[in-house]
Write a protein that binds this ligand. Structure first.
Ligand SMILES: NC(=O)c1ccc[n+]([C@@H]2O[C@H](COP(=O)([O-])OP(=O)(O)OC[C@H]3O[C@@H](n4cnc5c(N)ncnc54)[C@H](OP(=O)(O)O)[C@@H]3O)[C@@H](O)[C@H]2O)c1
Ligand SMILES: [Zn+2]
Length: 374
């Protein structure tokens, strides 16, 4: 098969388009004919290498996969239980043990097994920059919604992480304030218009409107009734962010984020989705009394320094987020279908042009998901 293979860490020239042996499945594994795989910032970290994180070379990147089953399957962990060759699927990105206390209650993203990892990430599991990928059968999710296969390859990492954050944040807000969308165990089926009206009083801030996490946050938060503030790194992205539904767009190359947030909201925001790692800014943008920072990335730096007093003076909360569960992925597909949300796609590249796709992301030129079509 054709694949983009890493033989070492490095720059974009480390991505080599070549022939590679087709994977052989053992019991409990399934072969997927990959249709599309989107690029995530994680792919860049893995290509470049991170201290203390290992991959075994040769390695194939790609954690956000849509495709077709390459053979019949009868042990997929799903109510239908049997799936036919050719069925449309997405791949749940987290390899999980299925047996630990979190896996047993359907919180696979909290799996505590030492073998837990992200397919195509810092993992022994090869990813979707290839014509075929083998994955654990329990990671197969049937694709029943009517989104395209390119769109389906755009939601399993960034959108899932944001959806899971929104649910967790709502539960926390309810606990602290007694407000937020009720029935937070299933936003998809139960969010009524009055819930959405209630959320109209809530502000959410996300950095990088055009990032994977950014577009997902804007679309999902707007559908849940939040007023959304987003930052961009240059003027060209301002209009795109407004047309996606932002109530305020801050150009971080010219404007001070905290000052603009306070000017617009008066009291600060209820929720910050910080995938960049600028905790001090995030905390200073919070409303006093109950604000939450959800941390899910460290694009700017592995380390950050924080002025401690503003955090506790605001009675702020902070939590870490890592993907979401399989149940949340299925629920999110329903939620997006119900609210007619299509993931924002910036560009589609052929697999052999993976170098161009990585370059575009590294230069922060994209607005939305970059997809490789296999
Ligand atoms: N925890 C999880 O499960 C999970 C899931 C998905 C992603 N992530 C993490 O989330 C981050 C984003 O991933 P992604 O795939 O969405 O990346 P992405 O599309 O490449 O977006 C990154 C964007 O962040 C913005 N940015 C960079 N430095 C910034 C700074 N100092 N201040 C404000 N904005 C800045 C840039 O946009 P502008 O130049 O326009 O500002 C850049 O385009 C990564 O760190 C990734 O590892 C974590
Ligand atoms: Zn587990």
């Amino acid at each position: 098969m054709k694949a983009v293979v890493l033989h070492r860490h490095g720059g974009v020239d480390a991505l080599r388009y070549q022939d590679f042996p087709e994977p052989l499945c053992s019991k409990d594994e399934v072969l997927v004919k990959v249709h599309a795989c989107s690029v995530n910032r994680l792919d860049i970290w893995v290509r470049k290498g991170l201290a203390g994180r290992e991959v075994r070379f040769p390695h194939i990147l790609g954690c956000d996969i849509s495709g077709y089953l390459a053979s019949d399957v009868d042990d997929v962990d799903h109510p239908t239980n049997k799936m036919k060759k050719g069925s449309k699927v997405v791949v749940y990105p987290m390899v999980h043990c299925g047996a630990c206390r979190f896996c047993r209650i359907g919180k696979e993203n909290r799996c505590i097994s030492s073998s837990a990892s992200i397919i195509g990430g810092f993992s022994s599991w090869h990813g979707g920059y290839a014509e075929y990928v083998k994955v654990p059968a329990r990671n197969i999710i049937p694709l029943e919604s009517d989104i395209s296969m390119e769109e389906a390859a755009s939601i399993n990492v960034a959108y899932l992480t944001v959806y899971s954050i929104m649910k967790h944040a709502m539960r926390l807000m309810q606990e602290i304030n007694g407000y937020g969308i009720e029935h937070s165990s299933s936003i998809s089926s139960s969010s009524s218009s009055s819930d959405v009206d209630h959320n109209n009083n809530l502000f959410m801030l996300v950095y990088g409107a055009g990032s994977g996490i950014g577009v997902a946050s804007i679309q999902l938060a707007k559908a849940m009734g939040y007023r959304v503030i987003a930052t961009v790194g240059n003027h060209d992205k301002v209009e795109k962010a407004y047309s996606l539904g932002c109530d305020l767009v801050i150009d971080r190359s010219k404007q001070d984020i905290v000052r603009e947030v306070m000017r617009f909201t008066e009291h600060g925001v209820d929720l910050v989705i910080d995938h960049v790692g600028i905790w001090d800014t995030s905390i200073k943008c919070l409303k006093k009394g109950h604000g939450i920072v959800a941390v899910c990335g460290a694009t700017a730096s592995e380390h950050t320094s924080v002025e401690v007093r503003p955090f506790y003076n605001r009675l702020a909360s902070m939590f870490g987020a890592y993907l979401g569960s399989k149940r949340e992925l299925v629920e999110m597909l329903e939620f997006m279908q119900k609210h007619r949300i299509k993931p924002v796609i910036d560009s589609i590249f052929a697999l052999e042009d993976a170098i161009l796709a990585h370059t575009r992301m590294e230069m922060n030129q994209h607005f939305g998901k970059i997809v490789l079509k296999i």
